[in-house]
Design a protein around this ligand. Structure first.
Ligand SMILES: Nc1ncnc2c1ncn2[C@@H]1O[C@H](COP(=O)(O)OP(=O)(O)O)[C@@H](O)[C@H]1O
Ligand SMILES: [Mg+2]
Length: 319
């Protein structure tokens, strides 16, 4: 018995003809990185507004929201992330201050402050913007109940913002609940983007989420639809992860991206440096997978008004 210590930074020693699973994995990773280098995306038309939602906590919503946003920005898109979770994890990962005295999405939703007054630029990129959340947002769920047009407040603020500050993508990071904050996201967005963690209870609660989407479609926002599902925290060594992935794909053949996001230490380390994994370690398996997923999102399902042209090919890996 021996262990091969896996380092994402190691490179295969092909000169010595080493052919091990690790060497193959690393060679595959560098081939995928080279393919990504040749991808060019062009963005035009109206903003696509995606809400990253799943009422389960810890499934990778925030990680997905910030890394897809950063990956899209790395391909030249202008992206606004709206942090709608009182935890403020998306603001942290984008390196954007969000202490209690920061003007935040709370002020937009409750006091009708213009979104433009709270949007900050992430230090990562000029084209990566963030509407931060602060701890005050924790009270908004209750404060919104008595507000006029309580389900439409984010939509109104966003429409106003976009009329003066065009962006290519708006990505909303939702809290783990189906309360008024998430309803505001569903009303403001046209696409729902669900990250699913490849573990045993993955599909539990999904029917409740789909039911909520249908309710919103019927009563508040007929444009809303489930456009994208991303399998996250995939561990290719376990049969369970493969089974979950197969099951999700069989239920949602048109929505699940080919790319899966591997479980990766780099991905979980990045936020503690106030960075996305794209900035923290762009050559890591997690960063490459998120960039591939971003290419798929940009290329797939773009409505007619928003054409995205991908030249060059990315090939999604199978685990
Ligand atoms: N691909 C991944 N590999 C390893 N850890 C991950 C991965 N994606 C997310 N995590 C970690 O899992 C935890 C939950 O992720 P998070 O994005 O905060 O979920 P949510 O926003 O749904 O609550 C975080 O600690 C995050 O760093
Ligand atoms: Mg979160």
């Amino acid at each position: 018995m021996f262990h091969v210590k896996q380092s994402e930074k190691q490179t295969p020693n092909s000169a010595f003809g080493v052919d091990t699973p690790l060497a193959r994995e690393l060679a595959d990773l560098s081939a995928r990185r080279r393919r990504l280098e040749s991808v060019e995306l062009q963005f035009a038309g109206d903003a696509r507004v995606l809400t990253v939602s799943n009422q389960k906590g810890g499934v990778g919503k925030t990680t997905t929201a910030v890394n897809i946003a950063s990956a899209l920005a790395s391909f030249g898109a202008k992206v606004l992330v709206i942090d709608l979770d009182p935890q403020g994890n998306a603001s942290t990962a984008l390196g954007v201050p969000h202490s209690a005295d920061t003007a935040s999405i709370y002020d937009v939703l409750i006091d009708e402050m213009p979104l433009a007054d709270i949007v900050q630029q992430s230090p990562e990129s000029e084209s990566l913007l963030c509407a931060p959340s602060t701890i005050h947002l924790a009270g908004a769920e209750i404060e919104l109940v008595s507000q006029v047009a309580r389900e439409h407040r984010l939509r109104r603020a966003l429409d106003q913002y976009l009329s003066e500050n065009p962006v290519d993508f708006v990505i909303i990071d939702c809290p783990p609940s189906l309360g008024l904050l998430t309803i505001n996201a569903f009303t403001a967005a046209s696409e729902v983007f669900i990250p699913i963690q490849c573990e045993y209870y993955a599909l539990e609660g999904l029917s409740q989420l789909l039911g909520s989407i249908q309710m919103i479609q019927k009563h508040l926002n007929p444009d809303l639809h489930l456009s994208t599902i991303l399998l996250t925290m995939y561990d290719g060594r376990t049969r369970l992860a493969q089974q979950v992935a197969d099951e999700v794909r069989s239920h949602f053949p048109n929505q699940v991206l080919d790319t899966v996001i591997p479980r990766s230490v780099r991905v979980s380390e990045a936020p503690s440096f106030g960075q996305t994994v794209i900035a923290y370690d762009g050559a890591s398996a997690g960063a490459i997978a998120y960039r591939e997923a971003a290419v798929e999102i940009a290329s797939n399902g773009a409505p007619d008004t928003h054409r995205t042209i991908a030249s060059g090919q990315t090939q999604s890996k199978e685990n």
